[in-house]
Design a protein around this ligand. Structure first.
Ligand SMILES: C[S@@+](CC[C@H](N)C(=O)[O-])C[C@H]1O[C@@H](n2cnc3c(N)ncnc32)[C@H](O)[C@@H]1O
Length: 454
C-alpha cells in the first residue's frame, strides 16, 4: 500500500499537521513493516551489503519505533537510535526490551545530532530526508550524518519517489477528488508535498525525490561511491502473487528485484529509493616536499599530546620548545631532504595518511646497513587517534617491509603506542631502556622476521 491511503485515521485535528503531529495522531508507524513487507525484505538486504562484521556501531537516525535498530542489535551491532517523535522513541525502547536487545534511544533532530565526530561505522538515515522540503535542511542532515561517520563508514538513506502520489491516485481510484488531484500536481511539479486540509489519508509535509536529486544531494555532501537503488521496485504497483511471497518463489522475486534495482529507467517506479554511499576512507600516499610543513605540524601536535610526562622527567615546556623547532627553516629543509631522498631510495619508506585532503598522520622508515628496517617515526594527529589512521599506515608499511625484521623505539610511558605495536607483532626488548634526546626514556621493540601471510 502507498503512503497516502493508508492511515489509521484516529482523530482529525483541525490544526496543521506537523510531521510530529502526524506520527503522534494519524499514523501507526509501530505497526508498519510488520507481516509480509517487500520494503522490509529489500531494505534489510540492501543494508546488509554495507554492514561490516559485528560488533560495529550503527546510528539509526529517524529510526522511528526501532524495527531496524532491534534487528541490527539482534545481529550483534551496537545501535543508537534517534527520532524526532518521543512516542516513537518510547516504542523503540519497548521493542528493544521485548526482544531482549540493547538499543540506546534518544529524542532529537537529524539536523543536529548529539554524537561526537567519527563515532559510527554505519549510519542509517531512513526517514528524515523525506520530511524536509528545503534542500538546505536536507544537506544539513546529510552533513551531520557524514560528520558522525568514521572514515570509510557507510551511509544508507531512504527517500520517497517523486511519482508516488500519482501512482496512488490511480491505485485508489481517486477520480473525482479535486483536492487530492491538486496535491498530486504540486508533488509532480515541485516534490513538495502538503496536506493543507489535514486529511489523514494524505500523509504529511514531505519531500519526494527524483533519483537524480538523491544522487546530487548525497554526492554534494561529500560522500563517495554513491548508488541509488530501488527498494520495493515494481512490487509497489503489482502486488506479488501468493506463490512469490514465500520459498523459491520469493527467492526468484528478490533476485529479479536485485537485477533491476539500479536500472535508471525503472527507478521512479518504486515507492522508496535508497542510496548507499561511503565516507572517504583514509588514503595512504607519498608525501611531496611542499607538504613538509603540514606534516611537521601534525608531528608537533602529536608530540604535545603524547610526550609531556613530569613523572618521567619530560616537562611540557621542553616538549613545547622542541616542537617549536619543527617549523624552523632548518628543520623544514632537513625534512625536505629526507622526503626527497625517500622518493628515490628504495630502502626508505615515507608515507602520509590523508582524510578529506588533510594530512592526519605520517610514517617514515629506513633500511639499515644490516638489512633490517628501522621504523623511525609514526605519528597520528591527536583528533584522529583510534580511528584507523595508525592501522592504515602500518598496513602500508607491512606491505613494503614484507618479512624483513623491524626495530623501533617508543617512550616507555606511551602505553597506547606500545599496545599498538604489540598488536602488530612487536615485542619489547628487555634491557634496552635508555634516554633519547637527553630527556625521553625509551625502550626498543622489535618484530623478528615475519611469517608470510601473518
Ligand atoms: C516513516 S518513518 C521511518 C522510520 C524508520 N526509519 C523506517 O524506515 O521504517 C519516518 C521517521 O522520521 C522521523 N523524522 C522525521 N523528521 C525527522 C528529523 N528532522 N529528525 C529526526 N527524525 C525525524 C519521524 O519521526 C519518523 O519516525
Amino acid at each position: 500500500m502507498g503512503l497516502f491511503v493508508k492511515a489509521t485515521g484516529k482523530l482529525c485535528h483541525t490544526w496543521s499537521m506537523s510531521v510530529r503531529n502526524w506520527y503522534e495522531n494519524f499514523d501507526d508507524e509501530d505497526g508498519r513493516l510488520g507481516g509480509f513487507s517487500m520494503e522490509w525484505l529489500r531494505s534489510t538486504e540492501l543494508i546488509q551489503r554495507v554492514l561490516p562484521a559485528p560488533p560495529a556501531r550503527v546510528a539509526d537516525i529517524a529510526g522511528g519505533p526501532g524495527r531496524y535498530s532491534a534487528w541490527l542489535a539482534g545481529l550483534g551491532y551496537q545501535v543508537d537510535l534517534l527520532d524526532l517523535v518521543p512516542d516513537h522513541v518510547e516504542q523503540a525502547r519497548r521493542r528493544a526490551s521485548a526482544q531482549g536487545v540493547a538499543v540506546e534511544c534518544v529524542v532529537g533532530d537529524a539536523r543536529a545530532l548529539p554524537w561526537a565526530d567519527e563515532t559510527f561505522d554505519v549510519v542509517l538515515l531512513m526517514g528524515a530526508l523525506y520530511h524536509l522540503q528545503d534542500r538546505a535542511d536536507r544537506l544539513a542532515c546529510l552533513a551531520e550524518a557524514r560528520r558522525v561517520l568514521k572514515p570509510g563508514g557507510a551511509l544508507v538513506t531512504s527517500h520517497v519517489t517523486r511519482w508516488d502520489s500519482l501512482f496512488d491516485w490511480y491505485r485508489f481510484d481517486s477520480g473525482a477528488d479535486a483536492e487530492f488531484r491538486h496535491i498530486v500536481d504540486v508533488d509532480l511539479a515541485t516534490g513538495c508535498h502538503e496536506n493543507p486540509s489535514n486529511n489523514p489519508n494524505w500523509f504529511t509535509t514531505a519531500y519526494f525525490h527524483t533519483p537524480d536529486e538523491i544522487r546530487d544531494e548525497v554526492t554534494s555532501s561529500g560522500l563517495i561511491d554513491v548508488q541509488v537503488l530501488a527498494v520495493e521496485g515494481f512490487t509497489h504497483l503489482i502486488e506479488p502473487p501468493e506463490g512469490s511471497r514465500k520459498g523459491d518463489g520469493l527467492k526468484t522475486l528478490l533476485a529479479d528485484l536485485r537485477t533491476i534495482e539500479a536500472e535508471p529507467a525503472l527507478l521512479g517506479m518504486s515507492a522508496h529509493l535508497m542510496s548507499l554511499s561511503r565516507k572517504a576512507p583514509v588514503v595512504i600516499r607519498k608525501i611531496t616536499v611542499a607538504e613538509v610543513p603540514e606534516m611537521r605540524a601534525v608531528q608537533a601536535r602529536s608530540w604535545l599530546a603524547t610526550y609531556p610526562n613530569p613523572e618521567h622527567g619530560v616537562s611540557l615546556e621542553w616538549v613545547q620548545e622542541t616542537t617549536n623547532q619543527f617549523s624552523s627553516a632548518e628543520s623544514l629543509s632537513e625534512w625536505a631532504e629526507i622526503v626527497k631522498t625517500a622518493e628515490t631510495d628504495p630502502g626508505q619508506f615515507s608515507r602520509v595518511a590523508e582524510v578529506d585532503s588533510r594530512i592526519v598522520g605520517l610514517l617514515h622508515a629506513e633500511t639499515q646497513a644490516d638489512g633490517t628496517i628501522e621504523l623511525k617515526a609514526i605519528y597520528v594527529d591527536p583528533p584522529w587517534v583510534s580511528k584507523g589512521v595508525g592501522t592504515a599506515l602500518m598496513q602500508a608499511f607491512d606491505e613494503w617491509a614484507g618479512e624483513t625484521p623491524v626495530r623501533l623505539d617508543v617512550a616507555v610511558y606511551n602505553q597506547r603506542a606500545i599496545d599498538f605495536y604489540r598488536r602488530h607483532g612487536f615485542e619489547s626488548v628487555a634491557g634496552s631502556e635508555r634516554i633519547e634526546l637527553d630527556v625521553i626514556p625509551v625502550i626498543d621493540m622489535i618484530r623478528p622476521r615475519r611469517r608470510k601471510f601473518e
